[in-house]
Design a protein around this ligand. Structure first.
Ligand SMILES: Nc1ncnc2c1ncn2[C@@H]1O[C@H](COP(=O)(O)OP(=O)(O)OP(=O)(O)O)[C@@H](O)[C@H]1O
Ligand SMILES: [Mg+2]
Length: 294
């Protein structure tokens, strides 16, 4: 599965990112607690997505500047930074959702398993099956729960046992027990948190490798948020998860690696999450994390 073709000659590329310094003391007085149960080391992880000197423009306005970033496989990578710094723009570059914005122009390279997703021979529909996306506001279709999860299977012409895939996807999204007796009911009757887990089930159903999430819990109450956070940690055992969040505690709790973007579309620091939250190299990152600006 890992190297299924994108209608291309995809190749795999392995690369490691930096290791944490276990001796470093937290610099930040009011440091945000990091879940020490998680390993947070990217030293041995393969790179699944990598951007090199990525610039993105909307018309004349540059939204991202020379982004170099290597996202490790089967981990949670968080993207944080103030509003307008380009987090969603970067996320949408990964599965070419920016193609849908007429004035958006991407320069530089963004590879998935070593293949530049902007090469002419890449089919964006095939790419989006392998790199799924979940948005801030749950967006189920006005269809039954079952049809929502099964939707991508027919769009992608996947020859699978649909009943089995629907059940398995709802189980992986921690929703099965709540909906198994009402699969034919409208998805719009579910609560916001259930709808978001349904959208995650819909993304999982087509068997992606990567799941992109743009503030997936920001419209939810604390209990629904906590369910989504638990789910993300479970998903990372099987998938690579990239999550944009404004909630720094959330980034610290659930991610292994964190990218900090700052105003102007600049990636200022990218490292293990505990390094970013306890001992960042950049003063600007420390100021942002401690709430001095942003
Ligand atoms: N469709 C668009 N057309 C024109 N400009 C856009 C478009 N989408 C984003 N931009 C601009 O690109 C820059 C980055 O926006 P983006 O949405 O990526 O930021 P963000 O970090 O996700 O912000 P937020 O935290 O508020 O969601 C902003 O200056 C924004 O105005
Ligand atoms: Mg955004």
């Amino acid at each position: 599965m890992a190297n299924e073709n994108l209608n291309t000659t995809a190749s795999t590329e392995s690369q490691s990112t930096s290791t944490e310094d276990p001796t470093s003391e937290p610099l930040v007085e009011q440091s945000i607690s990091v879940d020490s149960e998680r390993s947070h080391t990217t030293a041995n992880a393969d790179t699944v997505i990598e951007s090199r000197n990525l610039d993105v423009y909307y018309g004349e306005t540059q939204a991202l500047q020379g982004i170099d970033l290597a996202i490790p496989e089967n981990q949670v990578t968080a993207m944080i930074g103030p509003s307008g710094c380009g987090k969603s723009t970067f996320l949408r570059c990964i599965n070419r959702m920016n193609d849908l914005i007429d004035i958006c122009r991407v320069e530089g390279e963004l590879t998935f398993n070593g293949k530049n997703v902007y090469d002419d021979d890449v089919d964006p529909i095939a790419l989006r099956r392998r790199i799924g996306m979940v948005f801030q506001h749950p967006n189920p279709f006005p269809k039954s729960i079952y049809d929502n999860v099964a939707y991508g299977l027919s769009v992608q012409n996947m020859d699978v046992d649909v009943d089995a895939v629907v059940e398995e996807s709802l189980k992986k999204a921690a929703l099965w027990d709540e909906v198994k007796d009402q699969l034919d009911k409208s998805a719009l009757n579910l609560s916001g948190g259930q709808q978001q887990r349904l959208c995650i089930a819909r993304a999982i159903a087509v068997d992606p490798e990567v799941i992109l999430m743009d503030e997936p819990a920001s419209a939810l109450d604390p209990i629904a948020t906590s369910k989504i956070e638990d789910l993300i940690e479970e998903l990372a055992e099987e998938y690579t998860v990239v999550i944009v969040t404004h909630n720094m505690q959330q980034a610290a709790r659930i991610s292994d690696t964190t990218a900090v973007f700052l105003t102007g579309g600049e990636l200022v620091e990218f490292d293990d999450t505990n390094k970013i939250f306890e001992n960042p190299d950049s003063q600007r990152v420390e100021d942002y994390i401690t709430g001095k600006f942003g």
